[in-house]
Ligand binder design. Sequence first.
Ligand code: ADE
Ligand code: ZN
Ligand code: ZN
Length: 240
Amino acid sequence: WGVQGHRVVGRIAENHLTDKARKQIAQLLGSERLPLVTTWADEARYSPDFSFTAPWHFINTPLGLPFAEYSATVTAMTQPNAYMALLQNMKDMKDATKTYQERVTALKFVVHIVGDVHQPMHVSRAEDKGGNAINVKFEGKDTNLHSLWDSGLINYEGMSYLELAALLDHPTAAQTTQWQKDSVPTWLFESYTISQRLYAETEQAPELDYRYVPAHLPTVEQRLLQAGIRLAGVLNSAFN
Ligand code: ADE
Ligand code: ZN
Ligand code: ZN
C-alpha cells in the first residue's frame, strides 16, 4: 500500500489492541504512534542500511496454484520475501535476547508487512513486478496496476486516513474471530486469488472505465479492514 493504506491499517489495529498490548507497544515506540510508524519500512528500504529489506514487501510465485501447493511453495521459498520476513520479525519483536532497538525495528516491519501482504498486487507474479509493469489508464491518466491498488483507488475516496479507518472499522464479532484465526498463508492466498483475477481482467480490458471503482473499492476496503484486524491479533498475542 501507499502511505494512506498503511496508516488506515495501523489505525484500525490500534482500535483493537488489548490494554496489555497497547501499553507494551507504547513502551517500545516511545513518542512515536502506531499508524505513523506503519510506513517506516518503505522509507528505510531506500537507505543503504536497509536496502537488504527491499524483497520483504512482496512475494511472487507462479499463478494458478491451489491452496495446498501455494502454501507449500511459499513456506519452502529460500529467497527473502514478505512471508519469511513477517515470521522472522514477529519472532524478533518479542525476543527478550534482542536489544530494545532491534525489537522496535522488528515491530515496525511487522506493522508494515501485515499491511503489504493484504494488498493483492504484493502477492503476485515476478514477470511484471506485481503489476508495476502493467500500464493502465485510470481517470484519463497513465498509471500501472500496482500503483492503482497501492494508492489510486484509496486516494479516489478523498478521505483522511482517520476518516477512512473510522468508516471501515465495523467488523462483525464473527469476522474478527475468524480473521484473527486465519493463518498467514491464508492471508497470502486471499491476496493471490484476488491478484490473479485483476491480472485476467486487465488483460481483457486495459482501459479501466467507469465501472472499475464501484467494482473494486469494496475489495480494497475489505483488505484494509482484514489487515488491521489481523495486525491487532498478531500484536495482542505477541504482547499478552
Ligand atoms: N517487485 C517485484 N515484485 C513486486 C511486487 N509484487 N510488489 C512490489 N514490488 C515488486
Ligand atoms: Zn506496493
Ligand atoms: Zn511496503
